[in-house]
Design a protein around this ligand. Structure first.
Ligand SMILES: *[C@@H]1O[C@H](CO)[C@@H](O)[C@H](O)[C@H]1NC(C)=O
Ligand SMILES: *[C@@H]1O[C@H](CO)[C@@H](O)[C@H](O)[C@H]1NC(C)=O
Ligand SMILES: *[C@@H]1O[C@H](CO)[C@@H](O)[C@H](O)[C@H]1NC(C)=O
Ligand SMILES: *[C@@H]1O[C@H](CO)[C@@H](O)[C@H](O)[C@H]1NC(C)=O
Length: 437
């Protein structure tokens, strides 16, 4: 019984401490430095749901199953030569494909290096330039997977004088003045690994949510969620935290990694941060939210009593002829009742323990009485034995007294008879014989 009580107490203590210790899963400190994109204060009422937004279109996973990064380069020209302004696509090339030259006129006349996506040299070569080639050229690099777009603009002017041929920077773009009929090279070099390398996709794209309770520095933050583009999802901490704080399943499909915290409590206050890492695309962003929980506005308990006479039958699903009682309890009350429930449950447990303890002590004391009674009983037996002895004695005594009442001679006779019966007779005979003589 005593052991059971101890066990119960231990269990109670363990339950309370587990809540504290399971919560402190450390966040990975080895994250590369992220750019803090935003710091926001968010306050929400207790019991409500808070949404901490964290969205980035660049984190959308395009599931490039071809293992081709969907990198593409295209050269366009903005020309005013024919009087009207027009934009024309000259050529393009995919990272895992051949280059396409759009007009037949340019076929064989303009070209890009075939190894552009391994070398990072996307420069355009135009042979036999004509006056009609004048215009603003743009080298466009698109990385569909990383949602990156880069453009380099170069202005090409044609001159008929060899002396006038030159290259300069006009403050916005490079300007090349080329001699008519010559071969020009419009430079577009980008050796950033994003444009030249291949990586394994899934491991490179990860989203973390961290939480710092008030007063805890960022390097000791608790990790809440890790989410990988491959679909792997890791949640940390006790189950109630995992159920309470979650991000949607479609996060990588929509680029929405917003954290939803349901049933806000005061204990949920703290600093939350969303880390978006796209290692391949070089994206490292951090969004910070300070969450404050405010007391809900005190609602008055509303008891709405409506008799069936006055109740308007708007909803056909509602059963008619019943009194409708709407009882609205403010959420703070619900919280209060929860707390009360906890307190009562704990109290009940202690009462049970107390009863057990009282029971044990009572049992012990009872055992003590029995022991004493047994001793008494033994003594009684002794006393009985003694009384038996004394009665015997009195019997003897009363006999003696009876003997005293009798004649002394008789007594003597009796004594003599008792001690020497045969001899007495002999002596008597002898005495009589002597007397008769
Ligand atoms: C957020 O709240 C903190 C503490 O109350 C305050 O110091 C800070 O100025 C607030 N920041 C913003 C952006 O409101
Ligand atoms: C890029 O390629 C063009 C054409 O092949 C070449 O003329 C140029 O030197 C290259 N540039 C670099 C920086 O390698
Ligand atoms: C979090 O949300 C996802 C998708 O909505 C769900 O599959 C998962 O079970 C949730 N996690 C917990 C611990 O409730
Ligand atoms: C009471 O309930 C009725 C319908 O059930 C509604 O029309 C009315 O507005 C309610 N009154 C209050 C004070 O909530």
């Amino acid at each position: 019984m005593e052991q059971l009580a101890k066990l119960l107490l231990w269990q109670l203590l363990l339950q309370q401490s587990s809540v504290v210790y399971l919560y402190s899963v450390p966040a990975d400190a080895s994250n590369p430095d992220s750019v803090v994109v935003s710091v926001l204060n968010i306050s929400a009422t207790r019991g409500s749901q808070a949404v901490l937004p964290c969205k980035s279109y660049r984190m959308v996973w395009t599931q490039d199953r071809l293992n081709d990064r969907q990198r593409v380069v295209h050269w366009d020209v903005y020309s005013t030569y024919y009087g009207d302004n027009k934009m024309e696509r000259l050529c393009d090339m995919y990272s895992a494909g051949n280059q396409r030259v759009y007009s037949s006129y340019n076929q064989g006349r303009i070209l890009m290096p075939q190894n552009a996506f391994t070398d990072g040299n996307f420069s355009l070569v135009i042979k036999d330039v004509a006056e009609s080639d004048a215009g603003v050229y743009s080298c466009n690099l698109h990385h569909h997977y990383c949602h990156l777009y880069e453009t380099v603009k170069i202005q090409l002017d044609i001159t008929k004088k060899a002396k006038a041929a030159k290259e300069y920077w006009d403050g916005e773009k490079a300007v090349i003045v080329a001699l008519e009929g010559s071969t020009v090279m419009l430079p577009c070099v980008n050796r950033n690994h994003i444009w030249t390398e291949r990586h394994s996709e899934e491991e490179q794209q990860v989203v973390h949510w961290d939480r710092q309770p008030p007063g805890v520095p960022h390097d000791r933050a608790d990790r809440l969620i890790d989410l990988y583009a491959s679909g792997e999802r890791r949640s940390y901490g006790p189950l109630f935290i995992r159920q309470k704080m979650n991000i949607t399943d479609t996060a990588f499909a929509l680029g929405d990694f917003s954290l939803r915290i349901s049933e806000l409590e005061n204990a949920d206050e703290g600093t939350y941060s969303c880390h978006l890492h796209h290692h391949y695309c070089g994206l490292h962003e951090r969004r910070i939210y300070q969450v404050f929980v405010t007391e809900p506005v005190r609602e008055k308990k509303v008891v709405n009593l409506t008799t069936h006479n006055t109740a308007p039958a708007i909803d056909p699903n509602v059963v008619r002829g019943h009194n409708v009682i709407n009882v609205i309890i403010p959420e703070s009350r619900i919280h209060f009742f929860q707390q009360l429930g906890y307190v009562l449950a704990t109290l009940l447990l202690f009462v049970v323990l107390l009863i057990i303890v009282v029971f044990i002590t009572r049992k012990r004391r009872q055992r003590g009485y029995e022991y004493n009674v047994k001793k008494y009983g033994e003594k009684d037996v002794n006393l009985k034995e003694f009384t038996v002895d004394t009665t015997d004695l009195t019997q003897y005594k009363s006999e003696d007294i009876r003997l005293d009442y009798k004649n002394n001679i008789l007594k003597e006779k009796a004594e003599q008879a008792r001690s020497f019966p045969a001899k007495n007779i002999d002596l008597d005979k002898d005495f009589r014989k002597e007397y008769c003589k």
